[in-house]
Design a protein around this ligand. Structure first.
Ligand code: TXA
Ligand code: MG
Length: 316
């Protein structure tokens, strides 16, 4: 179909169709009060991989998980005092909280780039809320632009940038805030502002006291894009391996591996490989092995993000 047919005005019927597309693993662009998001079912690894592919990100930056209310978010992450206070005051709204994942949390590990934390928020937008509720699952969504381009604040922007890769663009007019949300990491001892955004640092500090600011304070983590706090296995990784040495686990890719090996994608599909990456790394990261041998991954498309991730996991 022509790309323009994917752009739909937000009606109860188109929101229901968009929710069905999400449930089926599709990609739906939708409005929030900040910017348009490129959403997928946050519990579906393959759908999350498709989001990274669509954005053509050279890395797996962790995504924000969107919920319809605090109660729903608290099923995925563990709230502390500061999180309770900030959520009660600023949600729904342009504030994302980074908190520890709950045990048994069903959100895709790929969506959080394998981290033990999750970025959660409740957007202040009627259409976003209706979509999340109708789909029945939290929605993982980065801004709906290709990597390196400007975040979209109208449905037309999304159509121009990503029209060929989304299943539906729900048109809800212009975004009121027009700037991404503020991201605050509450998962460590010092609350840290990772990204300034729609809600000011001052407003947040008035509620929970002084924030460290990423990239400026020595003890604060680096800016989120270059975060060193990515998941790294405890045992060493050996890249571009043809086979496992004695004692090593094999993380295979493609058809030329033993059937029983953990295989990112037997058919060599990079999207499938991305979807499996973090879950398989965790599965093989066992003290019974002396390392993980990883077969070569083609350095193209999503393969670049996979290799970026594997390289970071090697250099602790
Ligand atoms: O307003 C917004 O934030 C929009 C709308 C759609 O909600 N979304 C958005 O997403 O801008 P994105 O992917 O462009 O930015 C997400 C930010 C990144 O800076 C990322 O590093 C950070 O959130 N982030 C996500 N998960 C994180 C985590 N577990 N720990 C630290 N930072 C995280
Ligand atoms: Mg963005």
């Amino acid at each position: 179909m022509p790309d323009t047919d994917r752009l739909q005005p937000a009606t109860p019927q188109t929101i229901r169709q968009a929710a069905e597309a999400l449930s089926a693993g599709g990609l739906v662009a939708f409005p929030t009060e900040t910017v348009y998001g490129l959403g997928c079912d946050a519990t579906n690894d393959a759908a999350v991989a498709a989001v990274y592919a669509a954005k053509q990100r050279p890395q797996f930056n962790p995504l924000i998980i969107h919920f319809s209310d605090k109660q729903a978010a608290s099923q995925a992450v563990v709230f502390n005092d500061s999180a309770d206070k900030l959520a009660d005051i600023f949600w729904p709204g342009a504030l994302t909280l980074v908190l520890p994942r709950r045990d048994g949390c069903t959100i895709s590990l790929l969506a959080s780039a394998g981290l033990d934390t999750l970025a959660v928020r409740v957007p202040n937008h009627r259409i976003a809320d209706q979509l999340i509720q109708a789909s029945g699952n939290p929605v993982a969504a980065p801004s709906a632009n290709r990597s390196g381009e400007i975040s979209p604040t109208t449905a037309q922007h999304v159509l121009d940038g990503l029209g060929d890769v989304v299943d539906v663009i729900v048109d809800g007019g212009m975004c009121a805030v027009g700037l991404e949300c503020t991201v605050v990491d509450l998962s460590t001892e010092t609350a840290t502002l990772l990204r300034p955004g729609g809600i000011t640092q001052e407003a947040i500090e008035a509620v929970i006291g002084p924030l460290a600011v990423a990239g400026t304070d020595d003890d604060a983590p680096k800016s989120p894009g270059q975060m060193s706090r990515h998941y790294a296995p405890k045992i060493p990784l050996r890249l571009n391996a043809r086979a496992a040495n004695p004692g090593e686990a094999l993380l295979a890719f493609g058809p030329n591996a033993k059937r029983r090996a953990a295989n990112l994608s037997r058919s060599g599909d990079l999207m499938e490989a991305a979807a499996n990456l973090f879950a398989m790394l965790r599965m093989l990261d066992q003290p019974g092995f002396n390392g993980i041998a990883v077969m070569p991954i083609p350095d193209e498309g999503l393969g670049r993000a996979i290799n970026d991730r594997l390289n970071r996991a090697c250099t602790k």
